[in-house]
Design a protein around this ligand. Structure first.
Ligand code: NAP
Length: 324
């Protein structure tokens, strides 16, 4: 069968797919342009796409024979799940394998913002590190502080484990509350969203982007946070109102922010790049060699199963398709 892979993947994974199917792959590091993607999909049976490809009705119309959409990534807000399901196409993602890498980056952002690591690096490189002094370049202690985790799924829980190593108190808010026994095991306390915003020294967001979570953190929520608090977002940019965040960072509503994702990626909200109290990463949550390789294998397994007409291991809409 014919497969389109929209992102450059490791040779070993592409070879696996090539053993069974004809493969057309985007040979460049940058995402496929929309027109190229639409044309490339024509006549294809399988699509292995990434989070930068918008999968909607227009695209699906180009490939009426499509049997599987295997997404490289856990977030699937770029996929119109309803439209895909209406066409009877299974969609898969790559959950779990990127949990640790993304939780590591969230914790790195907590440390980097509170301890002013990027600012310090800039000063040292510029030759402006001239003396040590007791009151020079002070940041905030991370150990022992309160971490508020919003969205307590795989990555949220992995972050809680890391925080335990720093003797942090962890409170969480999520759509579904854990059993008390699980809360005790993880040493976390449930809080309403407002309680969490008011109490946390660090608020880290780990919800998927949905119509309910778009701008979950806006001007009102930022005002509820402590003026000494930090916001970390490794989930999806539009979960935070970025213009409101720039304003809050500028006028001291909160002390700082660590971001891996942006509302209009790859563009940054006006003013964000000029702020010293923001640490900005280029969407690298899952970007380790180990994790990205495992994601590629997982996406390929899903693709191959779908092309065989079997239930793919990580199917998001199998039940919606009636279990087939
Ligand atoms: P997950 O296991 O599905 O966890 C998401 C959690 O958010 C679940 O506990 C879910 O509650 C909760 N939730 C959903 N809607 C909510 C709402 N309206 N209010 C409060 N909580 C809500 O997903 P994950 O694997 O941890 O990944 C989380 C997100 O991280 C992904 O969707 C993706 O967008 C992002 N991500 C980013 C990177 C990166 O490179 N920066 C890498 C990986 C993932 P339920 O338990 O009720 O479903």
């Amino acid at each position: 069968m014919d497969v389109l892979i929209t992102a450059l993947l490791p040779d070993e994974v592409v070879s696996l797919i090539r053993q069974e199917h004809r493969v057309e792959m985007n040979g460049e590091l940058r995402p496929m342009e929309r027109e190229k993607l639409l044309r490339g999909l024509e006549g294809k049976d399988g699509l292995l796409c990434s989070i930068t490809d918008r999968i909607d009705g227009e695209l699906l119309d180009r490939a009426p024979g499509l049997k599987i959409i295997a997404n490289y990534g856990v977030g699937f807000d770029h996929i119109d799940l309803e439209a895909v399901t209406r066409k009877g196409i299974p969609v898969t993602n790559t959950p779990g394998v990127l949990t640790d890498a993304t939780a590591d980056i969230a914790f790195a952002l907590i440390l980097a913002t509170a301890r002013r690591m990027v600012e310090g690096d800039r000063i040292a490189r510029a030759g402006r590190f001239r003396f040590w002094s007791p009151l020079n370049f002070l940041g905030q202690q991370v150990s022992g502080k309160t971490l508020g985790i919003v969205g307590f799924g795989r990555i949220g829980r992995a972050l809680a484990k890391r925080a335990a190593g720093f003797d942090m108190r962890v409170i969480y808010h999520s759509r579904t509350r854990l059993d008390l026994s699980e809360e005790l095991k993880l040493n976390v306390d449930y809080a309403s969203f407002e309680e969490l915003l008011r109490a946390a020294d660090f608020v880290s967001v780990h919800v998927p982007l949905t119509s309910q979570t778009r701008h979950l953190v806006g001007a009102r929520e930022l005002k509820l946070m402590k003026p000494s608090a930090y916001l970390v977002n490794t989930a999806r940019g539009p979960v935070v109102d970025e213009a409101a965040l720039v304003e809050a960072l500028r006028n001291g509503t909160i002390r700082g922010a660590g971001l891996d994702v942006y509302e209009n990626e790859p563009d940054l909200a006006p003013g964000l790049a000029e702020l010293d109290n923001a640490v900005l990463l280029p969407h690298v949550g899952s970007a380790t060699i180990e994790t990205r390789t495992r994601m590629a294998h997982m996406a390929a397994e899903n693709l191959l199963a779908g092309l065989r007409g079997e239930k793919p291991p990580n199917c998001l809409n199998w039940e919606l398709l009636g279990g087939r």
